[in-house]
Design a protein. Structure first.
Length: 223
């Protein structure tokens, strides 16, 4: 395969890799789904992608220029770390939801059938103080999951270390682009949802927290 084709493959792999389930849940949970959704989602997407790209380039550089071997078990260890971090993100999101003092209650009014309402009182968002941890989450994500398969295995077919680094750089740039697009769509969707109904937004945030915790337990048990 020619170098141009390999580099194009790197770009395509990067676009897809950014949307792995654990990546999407991590960025969604860390962004907190707030009213400033667009700005917050972009910021967390950028930080995550920078951390992810840094670890990919570091590992790739060690392999290409220093000839270091990657331990076979490192990916499973990294996936376990990702699982624990996702568990922490999900629990923080749950804590944030409860700190909002959300409560569900059932009642009737205006001749309507029995239905459910959610009452919300604003509180401080604990996720706001953990925004710098997004880079760390991205760093660990870069070592786990499909990153070794997609970004490191094709390097053996490249003619030089510089070509290999070009492959990794394009892969990381594609991940960054894809994650920024996702962050923009995420922020727009939740900002629009919050304008429609604060109650629906809080219910979706609760669902996101529960899904994140469940997926984290799945990753930890698998690792």
């Amino acid at each position: 395969m020619e170098l141009t084709g390999i580099l194009a493959m790197a770009f395509g792999f990067g676009l897809l890799h950014a949307l792995d389930a654990d990546h999407v849940l991590a960025v969604s949970g860390l962004s907190g789904m707030r009213s400033d959704g667009m700005k917050r989602s972009y910021a967390f997407s950028l930080r995550w992608a920078l951390g992810h790209g840094s670890s990919i380039l570091l590992v790739g550089g060690l392999v290409l220029f220093l000839g270091m071997a990657i331990p076979e078990h490192y990916s499973s260890i990294a996936e376990g770390l990702v699982g624990f971090m996702l568990l922490g993100i999900g629990l923080m999101l749950l804590l944030d939801w409860f700190r909002q003092k959300n409560s569900l209650y059932m009642h009737r009014h205006d001749r309507m059938p029995l239905h459910v309402h959610m009452q919300t009182t604003t509180a401080v968002n604990p996720l706001h103080h953990h925004r710098h941890g997004t880079v760390l989450v991205g760093l660990i994500h870069g070592l786990a999951g499909s990153a070794p398969l997609l970004a490191l295995m094709p390097l053996s077919k490249l003619a030089s270390p510089l070509a290999g680094m070009a492959y990794l750089l394009i892969f990381c740039l594609a991940v960054l682009l894809s994650m920024l697009v996702f962050g923009g769509l995420l922020g727009t969707a939740f900002a629009g949802l919050q304008r429609i109904s604060r109650q629906y937004t809080e219910m979706v945030r609760l669902l996101l927290a529960l899904v994140t915790v469940a997926f984290a337990i799945y990753l930890v048990s698998g690792a």
